[in-house]
Design a protein around this ligand. Structure first.
Ligand code: SAM
Length: 275
């Protein structure tokens, strides 16, 4: 396993992903009943944007630091959470998905976070060890979907954010997600994918389309495909009814924040439309 998220935390593709995660979690928190979150590819939880790793790529400069300066109104809740993660308020520390979930959970909610990298899982464990609502597992995130879905809470979210290091990742993700959706058709699922290889979006959408369960797709690219990571997409199964309007506001505002209105593109459509 070569991928370490410390090199990429807070990059441009994380803005749409994490702002959407915050919006979905806020919706889950509207009802008193507990919710469950499975974070299949959790990373280490929190990231120092002044670390050696972050400095080597400088990716946060074109991501969170740029978006925080632009302060788009639709990203308000997400940016408030990110700012709250750094006690000094200097945006030095950036919250990864398990920390975003943890900061949105109530006492009755529960998070299972899986991470396969042997060093990163220990960092994550240490960061979350004092929180009784959280369990960290050193295991394959796709296997974990089979083990934890459906959860006893019957309400919740599966968040799937793999590194796409392997050529078959899109197929594995699509298959695992479609299987889970059939087992737990009322759960919400968010899966991230890179906009880099032209065939990846369809390899994820095709198995989801066959489930017949409502699935939204959203993609944000800073420029046309050129063989590099130009943006990211999300497939969102059973999105909250408020999410399409939220995304339609957020997408163009993020493009403006990136200065990419002319070169980039925001797209939202349905893999499976609402019935
Ligand atoms: N979700 C995190 C966030 O939003 O802050 C970032 C996750 S990063 C893109 C992907 C992570 O998945 C890496 O930390 C990597 O070590 C881990 N990983 C890779 N393959 C995995 C697998 N099969 N199961 C669980 N974790 C895996």
């Amino acid at each position: 396993m070569n991928y370490r998220h410390a090199y990429h935390a807070g990059n441009h593709t994380e803005m749409l992903k994490h702002a959407t995660l915050v919006a979905v979690l806020a919706h889950l928190g509207r009802k008193e009943k507990p919710f469950f979150v499975l974070d299949t590819h959790a990373g280490i939880g929190g990231y120092d944007l002044r670390s050696e790793e972050a400095g080597k790529t400088g990716e946060a400069e074109g991501g969170i630091l740029r978006v925080a300066r632009a302060d788009p109104p639709a990203a308000r809740d997400y940016l408030a959470l990110v700012r709250g993660f750094d006690p000094g308020g200097a945006l030095r520390f950036y919250p990864g998905s398990p920390e975003i979930v943890r900061r949105t959970m109530r006492p009755q909610d529960r998070l299972v976070a899986c991470e396969l990298h042997p060093a990163d899982v220990e960092i994550l464990r240490a960061a979350l060890r004092d929180d009784p609502r959280v369990a960290v597992h050193h295991r394959d995130g796709y296997e974990a979907i089979g083990a934890f879905v459906p959860p006893p809470e019957r309400r919740g979210l599966v968040f799937v954010d793999p590194p796409f290091e392997k050529r078959d990742e899109a197929d594995r993700l699509g298959r695992a997600l479609a299987k889970a959706v059939r087992k737990w058709p009322t759960g919400t699922y968010i899966a991230w994918y890179p906009l880099k290889d032209p065939d990846v979006p369809a390899r994820i959408a095709a198995p989801l389309a066959q489930t017949g369960v409502e699935t939204l797709r959203v993609e944000l690219a800073l420029r046309p495909l050129d063989g590099t990571l130009v943006g990211g997409g999300l497939a969102i199964v059973n999105p909250p009814y408020t999410l399409p309007d939220f995304l339609d506001a957020l997408g163009p505002q993020l493009l403006d924040a990136f200065g990419a209105r002319a070169t980039g593109a925001f797209r939202r459509d349905w893999i499976v439309p609402p019935a």
